[in-house]
Design a binder for this molecule. Structure first.
Ligand code: ZN
Ligand code: ZN
Length: 583
């Protein structure tokens, strides 16, 4: 892994030296595009050092950019430089892999400009400003000594006061919910200033002066974070009527643009929305069939209600009682993982990488707020680091909330969750993505491809017979329904001003969700935009692509080969992978 970083840095330096040579010639060889990519990536990390730390590129750990007007101008200059560079290449003569990279870089530049000029989340989303993950990644970077980590961190912490000063200047009429989130997350970050810093200092060999310096900057940084939290609470929340604050709904116009940029699908938002509605209807009818099939087993002679949705809900509620105990949640997840690995091997689904460790752990405090369970995977530069399966423990929940959550993640759904998050879902996909030689595809990983893959494998595992019971099929349908409803919800909340009541109606009545889950989803649709559409859109595109490949290849089609080839391109948009696979 060390070797990998050295090679990368060396090629960056080389790229810088050869810059003038390349500019003179109009050569469009593969070599010069690689050279452009290296230059681009290096400039990218210099512009976004905290992002670099996040993906495991630690050269700029000591930097922290205050996002002021100068920083925004710098971003736009970087976008212009990139665009000028791209224009030097004759697109048609690039390799197919470089063509994809080209488009992904262009997409990134478009997104950067969109946020800078139109979307401006830095003005209305105070949770943009949070150092938790950056601090964690620096402290956790075991490739250098603790002394070196602390020295880098010390320099970074020195810039924290200016960072939050810039944040306060940027913030203008923020939304209530993003302000709340910023307060919660920054409170989480304060955790580092207690035992983690003290323990690290104790473990280090820093001299007295260095320790004093670290403590000085850490104190100032802590005060700046506390000051920011205070400011958000007292100057913004306490002084505003939450109903009068900016709406988190971004509206149809921005939504359509953001969908194009973030999802990068061959379909528009309206097209996929229609597919989601069709899928919802199909799933309701299939769930009705399965409920009828199982009725007498679970309800004996009790008469089934006429209303199908009510009837399906009764069956789901009955089966949902089969769940683990609240203090065994993490353990139950952990136990299933080896079983999934065994299945994908015996059924020739995909080669697992058993050399890469996967650890189930409690979700760290500083990221608390959005998801209940998720994969925290090493980035492209940290390929051998530990992959964490973050699970939010139920310890802080009330008895009622925990029970609601456990029924949602009952014995059946927990299996689907593990397929989705771990094997052969996110965990497997990200291992393959990190093998991809294209840093661009790894860094700009496409959310719809990543989520689409995790959703696709749920369906595929069912088709391959992972669990053929009607109970499991019913819960797969429910899970799939959730993916379709995520789309329907996101689209309607942001574009059609759906109220919380309308949202709960869809989630609870039509998607059969528990109240806790539905409330959590409402929070998510309020905090994010378009992201919830990535599941259904990606799944739809990947499934269609597989069916297309099957048709084309006939008897030659091999599922394992298809999966491994599909993942070999890295986390590129599905439409670009399609270009590479189907010719
Ligand atoms: Zn129970
Ligand atoms: Zn996922």
């Amino acid at each position: 892994m060390k070797k990998y970083i050295c090679v990368t840095i060396a090629s960056f330096l080389l790229a810088a030296c050869n810059q003038t040579a390349k500019k003179g010639s109009q050569s469009n060889t593969q070599g010069s595009f690689k050279q452009f990519e290296n230059e681009f990536i290096e400039k990218l990390w210099l512009t976004y050092p905290t992002w670099a730390t996040g993906v495991g590129y630690h050269k700029y750990d000591s930097l922290l950019i205050a996002y002021d007007e100068a920083a925004r101008q710098n971003e736009l200059k970087f976008a212009q430089w990139t665009e000028d560079e791209l224009k030097q290449f004759n697109f048609d003569s690039l390799t197919s892999s470089d063509k994809t990279d080209y488009k992904m870089v262009q997409n990134f530049i478009d997104g950067l400009r969109f946020n800078n000029n139109e979307f401006k989340s830095y003005e209305w989303d105070p949770s943009t400003y949070n150092l938790g993950d950056g601090i964690f990644k620096i402290l956790d970077y075991k490739q250098v000594t603790i002394d070196e980590r602390l020295k880098n961190l010390s320099k970074k912490l020195a810039k924290v006061p200016a960072y939050f000063e810039a944040a306060k200047k940027n913030i203008n009429n923020p939304t209530w919910i993003h302000t709340k989130l910023a307060i919660d997350q920054n409170k989480g970050t304060l955790y580092f200033f207690k035992s983690p810093f003290a323990d690290s200092l104790k473990a280090s060999k820093l001299n007295e002066a260095e320790i004093a310096e670290f403590k000085h900057y850490a104190d100032a940084a802590q005060k700046a974070i506390e000051g920011y939290i205070d400011w958000l609470q007292k100057d913004i929340l306490d002084k505003s009527d939450s109903a009068q604050m900016r709406s988190f709904r971004i509206g149809k116009e921005l939504y359509s643009k953001k969908f194009v940029l973030d999802i990068d699908s061959r379909y528009g938002a309206d097209d996929v929305y229609k597919k989601a509605e069709v899928r919802k209807d199909y799933l309701h009818s299939d769930m009705n069939r399965l409920t009828d099939l199982m009725w007498s087993k679970y309800f004996k002679n009790e008469k089934a209600p006429v209303d199908t949705l009510v009837k399906i809900k009764m069956m789901i509620d009955k089966l949902s009682l089969q769940h683990c105990k609240r203090d065994k949640f993490l353990e139950t997840i952990e136990k299933q993982l080896p079983e999934l690995t065994a299945f994908i091997i015996s059924h020739h689904i995909i080669d697992p990488d058993t050399t890469k460790p996967l650890k189930v752990r409690k979700t760290p405090e500083y990221t608390a707020g959005v998801a209940g369970a998720g994969i925290n995977s090493p980035g492209p530069y940290d390929k051998d680091a530990v992959t964490y399966y973050n699970v939010t423990p139920l310890t802080k929940y009330t008895e009622e909330k925990a029970e609601s959550y456990l029924r949602e993640y009952n014995d059946y759904v927990l299996q689907i969750l593990n397929i989705h998050e771990a094997i052969p879902g996110h965990y497997t996909q990200l291992i393959y993505a990190n093998r991809s030689p294209s840093i661009i595809k790894t860094v700009f990983s496409n959310g719809a491809m990543v989520e689409g893959w995790a959703c696709y494998v749920e369906r595929m595992m069912m088709e391959e017979g992972y669990n053929t019971s009607p109970e499991m099929q019913l819960f797969y349908d429910k899970w799939n329904l959730r993916e379709a409803c995520n789309f329907i919800l996101d689209y309607n909340v942001h574009c059609s001003k759906w109220s919380e009541e309308q949202a709960m109606d869809l989630l609870v009545k039509e998607a059969f969700q528990q109240t806790a889950e539905a409330k959590e989803k409402w929070k998510r649709v309020s905090l994010t935009q378009v992201q919830l559409t990535s599941y259904f859109t990606g799944l739809t595109e990947i499934y269609e692509l597989r069916e297309e490949a099957k048709k084309k290849q006939g008897a030659q089609f091999n599922l394992k080969k298809f999966h491994e080839q599909f993942l070999s391109y890295g986390s590129a948009p599905v439409k670009e992978i399609r270009e590479l696979m189907i010719k």
